[in-house]
Design a protein around this ligand. Structure first.
Ligand code: MN3
Length: 243
């Protein structure tokens, strides 16, 4: 799994869009952790995501994961873990004590999710390279979106929906429970995360009530495809290097 984490980090300086720089900063953060600012105004994803949901989700839910991660790591038995980066914690996944594993996941996943969305319409178009890869892997963009929705709906209870690049270089759609993510040791389907959606009820309930499928249909209106394509490009380059 170590190689997957490295894939996420090493080449960023070569590309360095502000979205990638934000992800790199989060990935390399160390204890004590801090809540990152939302990278756009709270109201700017309306009407897809309402302002109140964004405030609660970022200021309360994400903040709680950060606070609880700091509390869990304050344990004197975890002095080594205190010195690790957030990505090093994520990599160890289920080998960590549950409060560290869950809250490190909560912090990384939410930080990634904020960058995954954007009010910038110029980033809402799927770049051609990625479009072709999705068509090759899933048949069509419409089919890809259907499969992504199905995976999100099939996740019982709380979790996350992902597009990943698997260790063999192919694309796949997977979901993880709770605050797990595909970079963690011990997950069923490991890979490099390229796209995600938070399918916990707190992500959508105020506006969409119990209709997770409606939320997943509207989600595409705010996805930062430019960022997804950048992540895809880096993952692709690294998977070809391995071969
Ligand atoms: Mn959430």
């Amino acid at each position: 799994m170590k190689s997957i984490i490295l894939l996420m980090l090493l080449p960023f300086s070569l590309f360095a869009s502000s979205d990638l720089e934000m992800l790199q900063a989060i990935s390399q953060e160390r204890y004590p952790y801090a809540l990152p600012k939302l990278p756009y105004p709270y109201e700017s994803l309306e009407p897809t995501l309402d302002t109140e949901t964004m405030h609660l989700h970022h200021d309360k839910h994400h903040a709680n994961y950060v606070d609880n991660l700091n509390k869990a790591l304050a344990n004197p038995d975890l002095v080594f873990e205190q010195s690790w980066t957030l990505n090093e914690l994520i990599e160890r996944g289920m080998r960590l004590p549950a409060p560290v594993h869950n809250n490190a996941g909560g912090h990384w996943n939410h930080s990634f999710f904020w960058i995954m969305m954007t009010p910038d319409a110029s980033k809402h178009v799927i770049p051609t390279r990625l479009e072709k890869a999705l068509e090759t892997s899933f048949g069509s963009i419409i089919r890809f979106k259907e499969l992504f929705k199905q995976a999100g709906l099939a996740r019982l209870g709380s979790g996350w929906d992902w597009l990943i690049m698997k260790p063999d270089g192919t694309l796949d759609i997977v979901s993880t429970a709770n605050q797990d993510n595909p970079m963690m040791h011990g997950v069923e389907s490991p890979g490099v995360p390229l796209l995600t959606c938070d399918v916990w009820e707190h992500a959508y309930y105020l506006k969409y009530k119990n209709r997770r499928d409606d939320f997943l249909s509207h989600y595409w209106d705010v996805v930062n495809w430019k960022f997804v394509d950048e992540l895809y490009g880096i993952a692709l380059q690294n998977s070809q290097k391995k071969i």
